[in-house]
Ligand binder design. Structure first.
Ligand code: FAD
Length: 141
């Protein structure tokens, strides 16, 4: 039973690049044993993360992440049962914001800024699908 969960959250103001690296390191070292794959996007103080894997594993990891003091306002954007993974190659890929085309953001939202709180879960999902298609994801699997 595979599921995919996507959520949005706001980083605490003090979060720096070292903290971000530490989150990615923890994810990449712990997720393989849990059978979790996905991507993490960070831009202008906003996280969007997609977690894929077994239902129990994803639910438990999400509960742990929600209580992490490094972010707040954690909101689920979408949760679905899936037949196959979309991010099978990434224990936790990082969306390379420098390669994020403003035109892609404008295609789905009112301004060229990433604000998943302001758009539907469907729109956020569509945006991530295009990011994968344009290979704007970095990080070893
Ligand atoms: P421990 O390392 O024992 O930590 C105990 C508590 O302290 C936890 O509540 C933890 O959240 C918190 N904590 C840990 N380090 C710090 C720190 N430097 N500053 C402040 N508080 C801290 N973990 C994964 O395994 N996979 C993921 O995909 C993943 N994605 C994440 C995405 C985001 C946006 C964030 C903010 C965190 C993510 N984490 C992820 C980290 C996760 O929340 C836990 O910190 C990590 O899994 C270790 O959990 P633990 O219970 O073993 O905690």
């Amino acid at each position: 039973m595979l599921v995919r969960l996507m959520y949005v959250s706001r980083a605490v103001p003090a979060l720096d690049t070292e903290e971000l690296s530490s989150i990615l390191r923890a994810s990449r070292s712990q997720n393989p044993a849990l059978g979790i794959t996905g991507v993490l996007c960070y831009s202008d103080g906003i996280f969007v993360q997609v977690l894929e894997g077994g239902r129990s594993a994803v639910n438990r990891l999400y509960a742990r992440i929600v209580s992490d003091p490094r972010h707040t306002e954690v909101e689920i954007l979408s949760y679905e049962e899936i037949g196959e993974r979309r991010f099978a190659g990434w224990s936790m890929g990082q969306v390379n914001i420098s390669r994020l085309n403003p035109g892609l953001l404008l295609k789905y939202s009112e301004t060229a800024t990433l604000d998943p709180y302001a758009v539907s879960g469907q729109v956020s999902k569509a945006l991530f699908d295009e990011l994968v298609a344009t290979a704007a994801i970095v990080g070893q699997s």
